[in-house]
Ligand binder design. Structure first.
Ligand code: APR
Length: 238
């Protein structure tokens, strides 16, 4: 089914959330029991308020996120998506993930809506640093300002360039495939609707049901993304 849609489409956009990286060993945010927001309150650790008012907790939370992405990397599913782009089967990936795994796997046209954990920067002077700083408990810039990961915190705007490009790509797509997102965070969850309104077919692959299953032309629940992509890839080779 997914393979047929891919073959027929002229412009496919893939949209990924935290569920894309759970098979690499990174927890997602909202899965029951294992989701990160089950254990942490995002407003206390991943927000502008936390950076300003509870900075030690903020540094430690993001240090752990940085270390987790360094301990693992892309899985076979990320690599299949990179191969599909090379083969002209997909045009690009819009991602809410900050782990950088799509780029590491070889994908080129990647729009990172929530920024990246691969860099940190000074909130005062803007200077960029590698995330090694966080890994080594170095949380301040040479100017004395706080270093913060280059991700979008709760309470911040999305990066304009990635956001505008994602709108453009969503509206041009004729197939829009969502992989591993609960589709609950706004405005990031508006892209499937934008694509649908411009006539795209929408596919949602997610372990649990999502709030947008109603608008989808194909919903695959209860199966892992890695398996679904592998199966579609094998079907495409036949
Ligand atoms: N295969 C398929 N689906 C999976 C898999 C898997 N291997 N692993 C997890 N999932 C599904 C879960 O069932 C869940 O519904 O992926 C979904 C992930 O949803 P969330 O945890 O809500 O992640 P996401 O949608 O990316 O969250 C959006 O919220 O707090 C923020 O900044 C954070 O970018 C994140 C945003």
């Amino acid at each position: 089914m997914l393979a047929d849609l891919l073959k027929k489409s002229k412009r496919t956009i893939v949209y990924t959330g935290a569920g894309m990286s759970t098979e690499s060993g990174l927890p997602d945010f909202r899965s029951a029991k294992t989701g990160m927001w089950e254990m942490e309150d995002p407003s206390k650790v991943a927000s502008v308020t936390a950076l300003n008012e509870q900075v030690e907790q903020f540094f430690q939370f993001y240090k752990q996120r940085v270390l987790a992405t360094k301990e693992t990397g892309p899985h076979a599913g990320h690599r299949i998506l990179a191969k599909w782009e090379q083969q002209g089967l997909i045009s690009g990936i819009i991602t809410q993930n900050v782990d950088g795994f799509h780029t590491m796997a070889g994908s080129k046209n990647v729009m990172e809506l929530h920024g990246t954990l691969r860099k940190v920067h000074c909130e005062s002077c803007g200077k960029d640093y590698s995330n090694e700083r966080y890994a080594q408990d170095e949380f301040y810039c040479e100017c004395g300002g706080k270093l913060r990961p280059s991700v979008v915190l709760f309470g911040e705007m999305l990066p304009e360039e990635a956001f505008l490009q994602a709108i453009f790509e969503s509206e041009k797509a004729d197939l829009f495939i969502v992989l591993g997102s609960s589709l609950t965070v706004s405005p990031a969850n508006q892209f499937p609707t934008m694509a649908k309104e411009q006539g795209a077919k929408v596919v949602i692959v997610n372990l649990e049901a999502t709030e947008m299953d109603d608008i989808a032309d194909l919903v695959i629940n209860g199966r892992k993304i890695g398996e679904v992509l592998k199966e579609a890839d094998e079907e495409l080779l036949r």
